[in-house]
Design a protein around this ligand. Structure first.
Ligand SMILES: [Mg+2]
Length: 222
């Protein structure tokens, strides 16, 4: 039962996430066209494509966890436009700052690292649960991750719980009236649509759950 997350697993996650975000780009952009400026799918796909280009160009072996996360954050800040670039960039940069300079995290450390990244996003965007933003997915995911870590779950089970909590939070954004971001300009007309940032958050966490489950079944980590 693997209750660690290695930098190699995180890199596998980023590569899989780039594929998933490209596959779901039209869907994310359709969500953003309903209540935003119709660029979230293309922005996220472009940002993660740039992350993968940078990973491919890097030499010198597997980076430590914080080096990897920092590189992702810098790339997203520079390549993803709009609020989501700055918010997702902050997420990864603040996760990097909270990571010990190691090649692997325990699940408890991983939960703390994700919590620190999400706290950074809250610090920048000042959104709370119910504002109809990515925080509606991230906050319950962090709670689920912390609970799973405290209960001694495997990394794969913990990320599956986080992804399920994020999906619930994403779905719960649909009836809400947006109180933050561009969607808030629409007032009541923002209701009836899922928040695109909560949707991309769920894609990232679903992918992390899948990659860590595959890694556990390969017996690559113990
Ligand atoms: Mg947008």
């Amino acid at each position: 039962m693997a209750s660690t997350v290695t930098s190699a697993e995180l890199e596998a996650w980023l590569r899989a996430a780039a594929v998933e975000l490209a596959a779901h780009a039209d869907e994310l952009t359709a969500l953003d066209s309903a209540i935003g400026d119709a660029d979230h799918g293309t922005n996220m796909a472009r940002g993660f494509a740039a992350v993968i280009e940078k990973l491919d160009a890097a030499s010198g072996g597997e980076p430590t966890v914080p080096a990897l996360l920092k590189s992702v954050g810098m790339t997203l800040v520079s390549k993803v436009g709009g609020a989501s670039g700055s918010l997702y960039g902050t997420l990864f940069l603040d996760m990097a700052k909270a990571s010990p300079a190691e090649d692997a995290l325990t699940l408890a450390q991983a939960a703390d690292v994700v919590a620190a990244g999400v706290a950074g996003v809250v610090g920048r965007g000042h959104a709370v649960v119910g504002d109809k933003t990515m925080i509606d997915a991230w906050e319950p995911a962090v709670t689920a991750l912390q609970d799973a870590a405290a209960s001694g779950a495997s990394a794969a089970d913990a990320f599956a719980a986080a992804a399920a909590a994020a999906a619930q939070g994403r779905d719960a954004t649909e009836p809400l009236i947006a109180r933050k971001g561009r969607a808030s300009y629409l007032g009541e007309r923002s209701a009836g649509h899922i928040d695109p940032g909560a949707a991309s958050t769920t894609i990232l966490l679903d992918t992390l759950a899948r990659v860590t489950a595959e890694s556990a079944s390969d017996g690559k980590s113990a």
